[in-house]
Every structure is written in C-alpha cells, then in structure tokens.
Design a binder for this molecule. Structure first.
Ligand code: HEC
Length: 396
C-alpha cells in the first residue's frame, strides 16, 4: 500500500516537474532568442530609451516587443516576472529526489560494492554533494573569471566533470547521474534566486526612484541567465538518462556524462551564435561527430561477458534459483524488490518460469552481458553468477 501510494506521488511530482521545467526552459529559450533577435528600433522608440525591438506573429496575432536599454521612465502597472517556473521546477525536483532516491535509498542510491552506507549516511552525502557543488559555483561566479566567457566555460565544465566523478565514487550509477542533475538544477535555480532576481529588483527600484538603473545589474543577471542557457541541454539529458542504462551503467559512466555535458553545451553554442546572427553550422557538425565518436568508444569499452568455452553448465534448477534471486525480484507478476512492488513486471518481462526465460534467452543474454540488467545491479548479481547464467542460456 505504501509503495502504491509512493508510486502515485512519484507520478504526480514527475508530471508537475516536467510541466514546470518546460515552462522554465521554454521561457529561457524564448528570451535568449528574443535578446539575440532584437533589431535596431526607429528613432521615435530610441528617444523613449528603447534599445531594440522585434515583431512576431504567433497564434492569432501580431506582437511588438521592445527592450529598453536601461529601463522605462515610469514603472508600468503590471510587470511580469519569470521566477516561479524556476522555483517550482527546483522544488518538485527536490521532492522527487526524496521520494525516489532517499526514501528508496537502498534500491536506488546506495551501491554497496562502491561504498557501504546506511540510508541516512547516503542522504547526508547526497545533500552535502549538492550543497558543496552549489557553493563552489556561487564562489566561481563572483570571481573576475566570470568576465572571460571561454575560460569560465572550461572551468565550469571541469568542475562538473569532477563532480560526476565524485558522485560516481559515492552513489549507485543512477544515483550519481541524478545527483549531478540535481546539482546543475540547483545552480540554475540559484542563478535565478540569488543572482537574477536581486538584480531585477535593483533595476525596478531604480526605475521607481526615477533614477537610471546601474547597468551592472542588468549585465550580471544576463551573465547568469546565459550560464543557465548552456546548462539546459545537459540537464535535460540527465532528466531522461534513467531510460538509457547504457549511459549510466557504463564502466566509466561519469566520463560518459562529462562527455555528454561537453557535447550538448557545445551544441547549444551554435544556437546562441545563430541568434546573434553568426551562422556556424560547423559547430553542430563537430558536436554530431563527437556524439557518434562517443557512442563508438562506449561500445568498445562496455564490459561484455562472453559465453565461456567448455564451461560446465549449471542445472536448470540452479539457473532458475539465480534468476529468482537476481532478476525475478523485479521481473515477476508481483515484484518484491523494494520500490518496484507497485508497478508490475518491468517492461512487461516476467522471468518466473523456465519456458519464458528460454523463449527470450537472446534478449536476456544481451541485457545480462552488457551489465544493463539487473538494473543498477540492485540485486548484487556476482560476476560468477552472470557468467553461469549466460553459459546456461547459451546452452539452451
Ligand atoms: C531492480 C529491478 C530489476 C532487476 C533486479 C532486473 N530488472 Fe530487468 N528491468 C527492470 C526495469 C525497470 C526495466 C525497464 C527498463 C527501462 O525501461 O529502462 C527492465 C527491463 C528488462 C528487459 C527489457 C529490456 C528491453 O530492452 O526491452 C529485460 C530483457 C530484462 N529487464 C531482463 C532482466 C534480467 C535477465 C535480469 C536479471 C539478470 C533483470 N532484468 C533484473 C528492472 C529490473
């Protein structure tokens, strides 16, 4: 019952999280596009302090957008802020982190073969990881390095790659990915809360006092929102990565993540340049080539257990015992693995009878060979059992 209830909470918050995230990232993309597409306004607009304008058509009408160089002469009655999208995405993400990875720490966060932890130790490390990573970014963004775009980008990338490595030492493979995601999400929400919002408030107060706002506020807010913009693609990858165990369960899962952060951040650069009128498709080509190269390198470095020659094959009964202990805790009509009880057999695969196991042995060999299954090796299948099961299936 409790697992069933948690499953609904999980569904609700995931749904909410995705909707809020779409609104946040959609607005972020839209405003970057807007900024980069602004044109030189006519003189009468310039006289009012407008620095750029733009026309668009969407839905049923024409839109005329004007951006002030500094601020309007007087405050408008209604001013729309964009902050709740960010806060809601972060809050719902944190709730999910708790429901899935902290309540279910034994199945999803802790990997005893890497580090033996109690549930509370794992939670403490998880929160500590996010808090420290966040603090490092906040310090970095206040150093003069922030004015050097390229250098800052490289330092930030190196820091995220290092964080991915640290997370990989502490947590299960999936837990590591999601913590890097939570860290990036926290940096982004923090950029809104600690950087962009205070700058915007200062801008608004200056306009209310009838003074010209200090341009440094606008510039700092813009810088932080540009960082957010580069982080969106890596973050969205991490959000969907738990459907792709070939990434996180790779032997060097942290390096795969670092490579994807680099490639997707780099691809985002193409769009940011294009919005500024610089069309450099070579960036996208390079990003695509890097992605294909990554896929190739990953395929060659994946641990694959091959059927051994002249192996003494275990009996059917022994094989089914291994399957029961390592696979059927999840792959049963009524799973018993904590966190999986409510959802039915994963991917519709039930591995309780020898007939079904033999019937789908090709697929089973594949997922067992690559280490994709048991998922995150939550049932702690040993290498010996893996070899035995593969040999047994190959003999059928
Ligand atoms: C902790 C729970 C768990 C355990 C243990 C587990 N699996 Fe899975 N399995 C899953 C989940 C969840 C999916 C769906 C994966 C997805 O959608 O990414 C899955 C999917 C599969 C699939 C379908 C893959 C596909 O591409 O459609 C096969 C086959 C499979 N598992 C076989 C096994 C075998 C064999 C074992 C034991 C060696 C095993 N599983 C152990 C949770 C588990």
């Amino acid at each position: 019952m409790e697992a069933y209830f948690l499953e609904w909470l999980n569904l609700f918050f995931r749904w909410f999280h995705v909707i809020a995230g779409v609104a946040w990232i959609g607005a972020s993309f839209y405003f970057v596009w807007l900024d980069n597409s602004l044109e030189n306004p006519p003189q009468w607009k310039k006289d009012k302090g407008i620095g750029g304008d733009l026309w668009a058509i969407h839905g049923g009408g024409f839109y005329e957008v004007a951006k002030y160089k500094l601020g309007p002469e007087a405050m408008p009655k209604n001013l729309h802020w964009f902050k709740w999208e960010a806060y809601t995405t972060w809050l719902t993400g944190m709730v999910m982190l708790w429901i899935i990875y902290y309540v279910g720490a034994e199945s999803f966060l802790i990997d005893n073969s890497k580090l033996e932890l109690s549930q509370w130790e794992a939670i403490g490390l998880g929160m500590g990881f996010i808090a420290i990573g966040f603090a490092v970014y906040e310090i970095l963004v206040k150093t003069p390095l922030r004015h050097k775009d390229g250098a800052f980008g490289l330092v930030l990338f190196a820091f995220l790659a290092f964080s991915a490595w640290v997370a990989d030492q502490l947590f299960s493979d999936r837990g590591a990915y999601i913590h890097v995601g939570a860290l990036i999400g926290s940096i982004m929400a923090g950029n809104v809360f600690f950087g962009i919002m205070p700058s915007q408030r200062a801008l608004v107060e200056a306009v209310q006092r009838g003074e010209a706002p200090d341009p440094k506020y606008g510039a700092f807010a813009k810088l932080r929102s540009t960082h957010n913009n580069y982080l969106t693609l890596p973050l969205i990858f991490i959000m969907i990565s738990n459907h792709y165990p070939m990434t996180y369960s790779h032997e060097y899962g942290w390096a795969v993540l670092a490579a994807i952060i680099f490639i997707t951040g780099f691809a985002r650069h193409f769009f940011n340049l294009r919005h500024r009128g610089e069309f450099k498709p070579v960036i996208l080509v390079i990003a695509a080539v890097m992605l294909v190269a990554l896929a190739g390198v990953m395929a060659h470095t994946q641990k694959v257990v091959a059927p051994s020659e002249n192996a003494t094959v275990i009996s059917d009964e022994q094989a089914m015992n291994i399957m029961a202990a390592r696979c059927a805790t999840c792959h049963a009509a009524q799973p018993t693995q904590p966190g999986f009880e409510a959802a039915g057999a994963p991917a519709g695969v039930e591995l309780e009878s020898i007939d079904t196991v033999v019937a789908m042995k090709q697929k089973l060999i594949e997922v067992t060979q690559t280490g994709y299954m048991p998922l995150g090796n939550m049932t702690q299948m040993t290498d010996e059992e893996r070899q035995q099961i593969i040999d047994w299936m190959a003999s059928k």
